[in-house]
Design a protein around this ligand. Sequence first.
Ligand code: NCD
Ligand code: ZN
Length: 345
Amino acid sequence: MSTLRIRRPDDWHLHLRDGAHLAAVLPHTAARFARALVMPNLKPPMTTTAALAGYRARILQALPEGMRFEPMMTLYLTDRTPPDEIRKARASGFVVGAKLYPAGATTHSDAGVTSIDNVWGALEAMAESGLVLQVHGEVTHPDVDVFDREREFIDRVLSRIVERVPALKVVFEHVTTAAAVDFVRGARPGVAATMTPQHLLMNRNAMFEGGIRPHHYCLPVLKRERDREVLVAAATGDDPRFFLGTDSAPHARHTKENACGCAGIFSAHAGIELYAEVFDAAGRLDRLEAFASERGADFYGVPRNQESITLVREEWTVPSGYPFGADELVPLRAGGKIAWKLVTG
Ligand code: NCD
Ligand code: ZN
């Protein structure tokens, strides 16, 4: 198979930033995806429906003429998110979830949740009103090894949430380990996971290949080859709980190539093509459409897209950088080749 026509996909985990940065990255996503769940970890974080309404309007304004794209929003949960704010978010119609960042877990998560015991009321309100919880699943205790943070989070936090609020829909975001896949497979209905291209394509060696590679650093950090294999099997398998979320997270080049480099990998320039490589290598191109365009929509309870996109098996070279406002960003696979290409126009 060298041409692949699939239902237009959605990206269920995306960082768009704001202002000139937003304008620079949005077209990459909108060229491929019909909708995306836009992460709220801006500075300051998007902790209210009113703030999200403004942000959503800026996203739509930044969309180039002739492009169609629907931003779906998620509220940034804090220790003090009032249940009333949850109800307001639901009533807005454009907020579909709330995001739990353990405080300090990742980029712009300082205002995140310091203890799960502070948010039970908000989680109950979410379950009642039908908002989906998106979870950055890593413990932040400095004693826990960085490669074990996701696994530890399952027992210490996630399993408690899933048990105590049985009607809450939960997405374990950007899963990276065999332990996370096992958890999701065995969990009650209403629990799912997103998967990024980087965690399906690379293992942790990619961060140290011939020297330190800041552009392969993201959170959760890349894991072992064994974990990657389990992730690929889940993505390309027939379990509807696993679906696409790129976690494309742009940072200016100088903030990544830095003595204290930021976490985040930009992949929106090839946000579907990179997954096509994964599914092709696994001999399961026939499952790409389910993973990219169906399971996520079904889980979130929105209609599947009716349009389609076409991909061809045709190698192209990724630019060494893309404009990023006054800065430049370095995309995943910069200067290298990608085996699948989006047919545009
Ligand atoms: C994300 C970012 O840069 O906003 N970084 C990342 O490494 N994935 C935050 C996140 O999703 O953890
Ligand atoms: Zn993210």
